[in-house]
Each structure stands twice: as structure tokens, then as C-alpha cells.
Design a protein around this ligand. Structure first.
Ligand SMILES: [Zn+2]
Ligand SMILES: [Zn+2]
Length: 1010
């Protein structure tokens, strides 16, 4: 007996059952053992940040990773299955700050950097565990006890080596420049952290007068949306070749004020060199500053006044201009975004807090022309959403110019899916600036930079051994390579001076970018067991540090997969570091995907109440359905995730479930057990289903090989449709009769399909496999070998596919004409069919028609009308004649969709062609096939229609009454149905009735025969 299936799958319960069973039976370990020593498939996991539980969006990438790892394993490949956790940098710091209620760097320092680091590690440990549980629940098979943690000393040392290499090549430098700065986090951000991090914000919009010196009554008018930068103003820029006009004592670009009456007009270059009174000359910081007009070709004439206020300490372009024109650079705010004391009354205030006082002061001094507000897109911190400001800072940078071309060359060797992302990567590489690697924070990669004040030399330490060698003290307290401990280890400079480390930590993308080296043991002479688990990672993982031979084998990765934004993040940092160290791309192929939105297409935000986290999704939707949804998605489009789409998938999966249940029920009725061979002669439909199954194997294998999950789902869906809506439907009677050949055929198809879909929905597939498998087959679908792909009987497949197309079109025609499928019709004409002509009986039966004819369809009427907006102007007066000729049908159709009429040749876009059925016909056409049916009913057809309705009704009653498939019934019909008795035998057979009679009842009645 096969274990019976309930009418609906309880996804949640069956997934829990399978998980427990996998665990108990060690299925994953057995799979790894079986594949050990097989051909290797190298997948490198991009680390997930262990800072929060997973969101639904994380499940997308995790699903794709697991699908292809499972597929490769089923193919017999040996895999590493190493999961990675990203565990230091701003993510974790901001998470811990929130947890502890700290809101500034000062508060962190008061709390204590060592304590803070411990809290960061605790947070990582906690969420690594949560994420692991969620991934397991999603069905992700990984080597969970041997994860890599990017904050391990080993990982850090490998980054140090990379940085030392950069230094030796002369790429490392300290940039003094204007950078985007988060005042809350107290650090600058790098180019790749800024993209997509914008918000619609309201800011003041001020027009301000700068009175010109020596030109009584004349002033420059500037426009600004950042009033806080005015106290740092040192210059005003004009466009030299633009025209400026004087109106009401103010100079403006003439182009921007076309309605003004100007009393004087000059070219911008004539204003250059003039001096003016700055808006806040009284501040100590402004003492000695000479404010003047400078030329700048980039001044925009699209908005503002055409005169730009320049504060080199508060803007990137302003800072560049200060270098060209030798302007003083006033830096008004400190790391926390608060004004320095040289700014008088503004001292200690934030940039936002000074907006009001600045306006009041300008107004008081008669410098304010107009004050309003503006809503614009403004950059915000990607971690804490604080609006960013510009500050001048000294940041550690890696020069990108020399590596750019080698990185482009390396990217040219990578196979991207979808392939146009390759160009996106190229674009990023072409435009990438130098890499800002320093962050003024606490719990991150300690930059191993030691600047000597005596000799000016910069020492970059490349390893822990080197640090130990050069340390002058502090080694005994160095518990791990993190602040504050590392800061207590000074080194000896070559000149003999003692030097302390710079205090900056590194960009988190260095942490993730190095993993193709640190986890695989690059240049490591000897394999160290648990050798990766060092520093902060000790005790969290058992990961080994392999030797160089291992690295040689597993590098580069055959495949990586992350979301598209990783182009400028992990794909980039990995590529940068790998090309630097080996000259090669760290991955051979990439699958990338877009963003997850809610089911209405909006971004998910916790504050909007539409976010679904992974825990919620796993509990309410189930892992298989989630996975199926992600796999079906075309990865280059945003995915609409939610309960609605999930219910739709659950409904679709039910068709497959029902097919298995159908098999199990009938196999059990007849006591059938499957064997290796067919238990008798196959019928044509059996041969077709077996071939169709082989086609599924071939199609789906091809889609897996291309990393194209939508193709996998499409192949499976279309197979299930053929299986359920053709094979099973067409073979029902055989199953009722317990036909062992039909049962064997169906069983073979079900087992195979469960096998090839198992990477997508591992729980359901293994659940069904365990019920269906032959006694000598492996216990888990994941321990069975992937089926071989063989040559297909294409003509047979095409033949049935065509029959199915004819039937589909017939159903469509019936639907369009409002004719129920249960109502038999007289005649069907099919045009354009080839091998389907051998299936007259099946087509007739499926479409409930008495006669089928393969012949040209003449039931079609073609009406052509002029496309007036196009033809009207073209034909003018002749339009009337053409229209009449078209109406009368006096035209000839041309190739390409046009017509010849009344001496004119009209193109396809000049006419509207309408094709429809003639009176008395239902018609449908597609892809060269046309199907037409007569719609007229006679008495015979009407009675038969009522018989089909009755059969349907009685079978529904049987189901509702809970009868078994084999139960016999007595059927009683109302007197009004007595004319149906001429079909008594037919009815009895279809509803398993032993007796059929009429009586004075209103509705048909059934009674079980005991
Ligand atoms: Zn921030
Ligand atoms: Zn020195």
C-alpha cells in the first residue's frame, strides 16, 4: 500500500516532518559522503550580515543558492557548503547602539570601546544563530557549524596582506577632500554606500544678497538650500559667458529672469574679481577672508540665480574650486556635525539647528531677498537615515586607476545571468572613483596603518606575526585584532620611533571581499584544523584554515549569486581584491536578481506596515511555496512578494498534489505495487507520457545548467499540465479499472518529476518521493542520482502537443461563444493541423463534438476598416470610396497584413482588420491553427448536454457524501428527467450506479448500496 494523502497538503506540517527526518537520518551528511571525491563545484557564499533576523528578501538569494547547490549535488558534485556571516562595521555598530540606547560616538566612548566590542560580538553570535535556524527552516543545506565570520583574526590578517600589497604598489594614500558625511555615525561614507540612499526632504530655499564693495546699491543674489553653509562662504561663482542683469539693485543671470526689467546688462566675466561683503563677516572664523567673485563654467542656469555661493568646507565642487582659485577653506562643523567655536552664536549647534538663526540674522541685516522651502531628493545615511552633509576629511584611499582596466578584463571572463548585468558591472568599473576604505568607527577591521610623526614614513603591517615582531608592547592584552586592544600595540618605525596605529577602521566591503582568499587558505603552507576560527570568531565556528593546494582547487568560484546592488558592493570588492592579488576574477559565473517589493509593488518598510520578515513568511506561507515564488521570478525584474501571490502558487501546486493523490488512491484500490518494468504492453498515450517525462528531464536539466529558475518552473508547470489535464484525464477509465500499465506509467512520471523539481521545493518533493518510491530506491530523493538526459522522440511529442493545442483552441472558442464544455456540439473543423489528424477520436471526445473534419475553415469573416487618423490625411477625398469598398468586402489581402482596395495598397498600420466567426460558428485561432465549431443545437445534443450535467452533478454529490471511489449507488431522478433514461447505461457507468429510476423527487437522489 502507498501511504494515503490528505486532500490538501499541510505545507507547514510536512516541512517540519521532513526537516526532522533529514536530521534524524543524516540525509545531508550521506549526500556529502556520497559525492565526496566527485567532480567539484565551487560556490562562494556572499556573507549575510549577522545583525538582525532575516527579512523575506534574504530568502530570495538563499533560495537560489540552495537550489543550485542541491542540483549540483544531485548531479554528483562535491561542494563546500560554507556559509558566511558578515559581522563588523557600521551595520553591527548601529544595531548595538540602538540596543544600548546610545546615540553618538561620545556616548560609545563613555560606554567603553572594549565593552562596546563585546556587545557587538554578542549581537553577531545571537543573530548568526537566528539566521541559521531560519535558513535551515527554508531548507538551505549548508555546513552550519563551519561558517566563516568576517571578524575572525584570520580574515582580518588576509585583508592586511591585501592592504600591504596596495601600499607596495603605491596605491594607498590619505585623501584630504570634501566627503559625504553622516553626522550621527560620525564618519564619511564611500561612493558605493551612497547610491540608492536618498529621501524626499524639505529644506529651506533662500535668496540672499551679497552687497558688492565699491558698487553702492549693487549686490549679487545667490540661492541656497543649505543655510548652514553661509557662515563658511568665501566666494561667489558666475558663469563667464552668461549674461547677467541688474534689477532692483541685485545681479541675476538674465536667462533665469526673463520678465525682469534690467537697468544694466553685463557678461559674467565682467563680474569676476569683484569683492563683496560676506553674509557673516563678523564671525571669528571669517576674519581676514576676502570674498570675491570667481568664474565657473559649471554654474547652472537651470535653477537658482546663476550666481553660486561657494563654501569649500561644505561641498565637493566648492572644495575643488578652492584648489583652482586658492580660496580659504573654512570647515564649520566637527565630526558630529556641530559648529566649532569660531562660529560665534552657532557654536555647538547642528546644521539643522542653525537654519532658523541664520535666516533671522540675514533678515535683520536686510540681506534676505526671499525665504521659502523646497522638497528635493537628498542623500541620507544608508544605516541610520540621517541626512548627510559635506565635510573636509582625511580619508584613507586606494587608487583605482591602475586596477580599472585589469578589472574590466577580468569581468569580461565572467558569465553573468541575466547577461546584461555584465555591462552594469563594466559601467560601475569604468566610473568607480578611488576606494575610500576608512571609517571613523570602533568595531571594524583595524586598518594596519602606522604613520610616523618623526620621519613621516607610513608602515603597513601585513600579518599578526609582523605585528608581533615590530610591537614595542601591549601584546599580552591583545585578545583579538579589534579596537581597543589593537590600539594598545605600538610598533617600532624603521627610524626607531614608536608609532601608534591610526584610529580608523575599514570599510566592511573589505571584510567580505577577501573571503575567496581567507576561507580557502591562499598561500597558507599548512592546513590548520579550526584555523579559521580565530580572534572574535573563536568558539563560534569550527572552520578550518585550508592550505594553498585547497585554494588552488576551489578558486575561482564556479558560481556566485547575490542581488544586483552587490555589483557596486561585494562583486566589486571581491573583484578588486582578487584582481590585485591574482590578476583573475574570483568567480566564473554570477546569477543576480532585483529587489523584493510588497504584493502591490511598493517597497517594504516596517514603518509602512507592509514588511514581511522571514520568520513570518516561513510560518504563514511555507518554505516550498516561498522557494517556488522566488524561482518563478524573472530575476531582472522586481518581485512582488506577499500572501496573495503565495496563495496562487499554493493553488497551482495543488494540481501536482492531486495527481499524486489520484495515483495513490487508485493504486491502493487495486493493490498495485510498482516494478522496474511496465507490467504489460504500453498504449500510445503511455508511450507519450514516458516520452513527455524524458522531455521534462531534458528541458529542466538544461534550465538548471543555465541557472535560469523561471525556465525550471515553466518546464515543471507545463509538464504538470500535460500530466494532469491530458494523461490522467484521458486515462481515467483505465485507472477505474485498475489498469496496471497505466498505473505504472503514471507512477514513473510522478517519481521522475518529483526528482527533477526537488531542488526548487525540496520538502514537498521528498515527502512525495518517500511515499512513491520503489522498495529498492533510495529513501530520500536527494540520495537518488539525477536522471540521464536521452534523445527524445520529437515527432511523438509534437503530435500530442498539437492535439493539445487544437483542444485548447476548441475550448477557447467554446468559452468565447458562451458554450459550456458539457454541451455536445455537432461539427468541428480544424485547419492547419498536421499529425493531430491521427487523433480524431480524442479531439472529438475532448471537445464534445460529433464530427471532426480537417479542412480549410470557411467560417471566418474578415472585415477591414480604415484606420482613420492615419488614412484620413493620406487619402483625403478618396477616403469615402475606399471605406465603401472595404465595407462591401471588395478588397484583396496582402502579405504582411495590408490590403489592396480601390486601386490603393494600404499597409497593415493603415487598416483595422477584424476576424470573426460567421453566424452559427464558434472560432479560435493561434500560431497557424484555426478551429471552428457549429453552435446550433438540436434535441439530441440538448439531451446529451443534460446527461453530462447530470453525471457531473451526481459525482459531486458522491464526493460530498464522502463515498469511496469504489462505492456503488442507487440513483433516483425526478420525473422531469425521464427522457434521460434512454441513456441509462451510460449514466450508470459514469456514476457507478447499480440502479437508475425516476420518482416524485425534486432533485436527483443517491443512496449507497451496502
Ligand atoms: Zn549614519
Ligand atoms: Zn619613523
Amino acid at each position: 500500500m502507498f501511504e494515503a494523502l490528505p486532500p490538501y497538503p499541510d505545507h507547514f506540517a510536512l516541512e517540519e516532518e521532513i526537516l526532522a527526518w533529514w536530521e534524524a537520518e543524516g540525509v545531508f551528511d550521506r549526500l556529502r559522503e556520497r559525492n565526496s571525491g566527485g567532480p567539484h563545484f565551487s560556490f562562494m557564499d556572499g556573507p549575510i550580515t549577522a545583525n538582525n533576523p532575516m527579512g523575506a528578501h534574504h530568502c530570495w538569494g538563499r533560495t537560489l543558492k540552495d537550489v543550485f547547490q542541491r542540483y549540483k549535488a544531485l548531479q554528483g558534485h562535491d561542494l563546500r557548503y560554507q556559509n558566511g556571516f558578515d559581522c563588523q562595521g557600521l551595520w553591527v555598530e548601529v544595531g548595538v547602539e540602538r540596543e544600548l540606547g546610545l546615540n553618538s560616538k561620545r556616548e560609545i566612548e563613555e560606554y567603553g570601546i572594549a565593552e562596546f566590542a563585546e556587545r557587538c560580538k554578542e549581537r553577531v553570535a545571537k543573530y548568526a544563530e537566528v539566521i541559521t535556524d531560519q535558513c535551515r527552516r527554508l531548507g538551505m543545506w549548508m555546513d552550519w557549524d563551519n561558517d566563516y565570520y568576517t571578524f575572525s583574526d584570520t580574515n582580518i590578517e588576509y585583508i592586511w596582506r591585501f592592504l600591504k600589497e596596495c601600499h607596495e604598489r603605491g596605491w594607498l594614500y590619505k585623501g584630504h577632500r570634501s566627503v559625504e558625511w553622516c553626522p550621527r555615525c560620525g564618519t564619511s561614507l564611500s561612493q558605493h554606500e551612497l547610491i540608492n540612499s536618498y529621501a524626499e526632504l524639505t529644506h529651506p530655499s533662500l535668496y540672499v544678497r551679497f552687497p558688492l564693495k565699491g558698487r553702492e546699491g549693487e549686490a549679487l543674489v545667490v540661492w541656497t538650500t543649505t543655510p548652514w553653509t553661509l557662515p563658511a562662504n568665501v566666494a561667489a561663482a558666475v558663469k563667464p559667458d552668461a549674461e547677467y542683469g541688474l534689477a532692483d539693485g541685485g545681479w541675476w543671470a538674465a536667462e533665469l529672469h526673463p520678465d525682469a526689467t534690467f537697468t544694466k546688462r553685463v557678461r559674467g566675466e565682467e563680474l569676476v574679481g569683484l569683492e563683496y561683503k560676506g553674509p557673516f563677516d563678523g564671525l571669528p572664523a571669517q576674519q581676514g577672508v576676502v570674498h570675491r567673485v570667481i568664474p565657473w563654467d559649471e554654474v547652472s542656469l537651470a535653477e537658482g540665480t546663476g550666481i553660486v555661493h561657494i563654501a569649500p568646507g561644505c561641498g565637493a565642487e566648492d572644495f575643488e574650486l578652492s584648489r583652482v582659485h586658492d580660496l580659504p577653506v573654512l570647515t564649520p562643523i566637527n565630526e558630529a556635525g556641530r559648529f566649532y567655536k569660531e562660529y560665534g552664536e552657532f557654536e555647538g549647534r547642528s546644521t539643522e539647528d542653525v537654519e532658523g538663526p541664520v535666516v533671522v540674522e540675514l533678515e535683520r541685516r536686510g540681506l534676505l531677498v526671499e525665504a521659502g522651502s523646497i522638497v528635493h531628493r537628498y542623500p541620507i545615511c544608508w544605516r541610520c537615515s540621517t541626512p548627510l552633509v559635506f565635510r573636509i576629511a582625511d580619508d584613507w584611499m586606494i587608487r583605482a586607476d591602475e586596477i580599472r582596466q585589469p578589472m574590466l578584463d577580468a569581468n569580461a571572463t565572467v558569465q553573468w545571468t541575466p547577461d546584461f548585468y555584465s555591462k552594469r558591472m563594466d559601467d560601475w568599473l569604468r566610473n568607480m572613483g578611488d576606494w575610500n576604505i576608512s571609517r571613523r568607527r570602533y568595531f571594524g577591521l583595524p586598518l594596519p596603518f602606522y604613520e610616523c610623526e618623526s620621519c613621516g614614513n607610513l608602515t603597513v603591517i601585513g600579518s599578526l606575526d609582523e605585528l608581533r615582531e615590530r610591537a614595542t608592547g601591549g601584546l599580552e592584552q591583545l585578545q583579538e585584532l579589534h579596537r581597543p586592544w589593537i590600539d594598545e600595540v605600538p610598533i617600532r618605525c624603521d627610524c626607531g620611533a614608536e608609532v601608534r596605529r591610526v584610529t580608523e577602521v575599514g570599510d566592511a566591503w573589505l571584510d567580505a571581499g577577501i573571503v575567496p582568499f581567507s576561507t580557502l587558505g591562499w598561500q597558507n603552507p599548512e592546513w590548520k584544523e579550526h584555523g579559521y576560527a580565530t580572534g572574535a570568531a573563536a568558539g563560534l565556528t569550527g572552520a578550518d584554515l585550508p592550505d594553498h593546494a585547497y585554494w588552488e582547487k576551489w578558486y575561482p568560484a564556479h558560481w556566485v549569486s547575490e542581488m544586483r546592488e552587490q555589483i557596486r558592493l561585494w562583486f566589486y570588492s571581491q573583484c578588486f581584491m582578487s584582481v590585485t592579488l591574482t590578476g583573475k576574477s574570483p568567480y566564473l559565473s554570477v546569477l543576480t536578481y532585483e529587489k523584493l517589493l510588497d504584493e502591490n509593488g511598493r517597497e517594504m518598510h516596517r514603518s509602512w506596515g507592509n514588511a514581511i520578515d522571514a520568520a513570518e513568511a516561513l510560518e504563514n506561507i511555507g518554505a516550498d511555496v516561498i522557494r517556488f515564488m522566488f524561482c518563478e521570478q524573472v530575476p531582472s525584474q522586481n518581485l512582488k512578494f506577499g500572501y496573495g501571490p503565495a496563495a496562487e502558487i499554493r493553488r497551482r501546486l495543488l494540481t501536482y498534489w492531486n495527481s499524486v493523490k489520484f495515483f495513490v488512491d487508485y493504486a491502493n484500490v487495486s493493490g498495485y505495487r510498482p516494478g522496474a518494468e511496465a507490467p504489460g504492453e504500453l498504449q500510445p498515450l503511455d508511450r507519450w507520457l514516458l516520452e513527455r517525462t524524458e522531455q521534462l528531464v531534458a528541458d529542466i536539466t538544461d534550465q538548471y545548467e543555465r541557472y535560469w529558475t523561471p525556465g525550471i518552473v515553466r518546464a515543471f508547470d507545463s509538464f504538470v499540465d500535460d500530466l494532469s489535464n491530458w494523461y490522467i484525464r484521458r486515462s481515467r477509465r483505465r485507472f477505474w479499472n485498475g489498469d496496471a500499465v497505466a498505473l505504472w506509467t503514471l507512477w514513473s512520471a510522478l517519481v521522475r518529476s518529483a526528482q527533477v523539481v526537488s531542488p526548487v521545493m525540496p520538502f514537498l518533493a521528498d515527502f512525495l518521493w518517500r511515499r512513491l518510491r520503489a522498495d529498492d530506491a533510495p529513501e530520500s530523493v536527494f540520495l537518488a542520482a539525477w536522471p540521464d538526459v536521452r534523445a527524445l522522440d520529437e515527432p511523438l511529442l509534437e503530435e500530442v502537443a498539437e492535439v493539445r493545442r487544437v483542444v485548447e483552441l476548441g475550448r477557447q472558442a467554446r468559452g468565447d461563444a458562451g458554450l459550456k464544455l458539457r454541451q455536445p456540439l455537432r461539427r468541428l473543423v480544424v485547419q492547419g493541423a498536421g499529425p493531430a489528424q491521427r487523433h480524431v477520436e480524442e479531439i472529438a471526445e475532448e471537445l464534445r463534438v460529433k464530427e471532426v473534419e480537417f479542412a480549410p475553415v470557411e467560417a471566418m469573416e474578415i472585415r477591414v476598416k480604415p484606420n482613420l487618423p492615419v488614412l484620413g490625411p493620406k487619402l483625403g477625398k478618396e477616403l469615402g470610396r475606399v471605406r465603401a469598398a472595404l465595407e462591401a468586402g471588395e478588397f484583396e489581402q496582402l502579405e504582411g497584413g495590408g490590403v489592396r482596395v480601390d486601386g490603393h495598397e494600404l499597409g497593415a498600420d493603415e487598416v483595422l482588420v477584424e476576424r470573426r466567426a460567421r453566424e452559427g460558428w464558434a472560432l479560435a485561432e493561434a500560431d497557424g491553427l484555426t478551429v471552428a465549431m457549429t453552435t446550433e443545437l438540436d434535441d439530441e445534443l440538448r439531451v446529451e448536454g443534460r446527461v453530462y450535467e447530470l453525471i457531473h452533478q451526481v459525482n459531486t454529490m458522491r464526493k460530498d457524501a464522502g463515498l469511496e471511489l469504489t462505492d456503488r449507488i442507487q440513483l433516483t431522478l425526478p420525473q422531469s428527467d425521464s427522457d434521460l433514461l434512454e441513456h441509462a447505461d451510460w449514466i450508470k457507468e459514469e456514476v457507478l450506479a447499480t440502479e437508475l429510476a425516476t420518482d416524485s423527487v425534486d432533485e436527483p437522489q443517491i443512496a449507497k448500496v451496502e
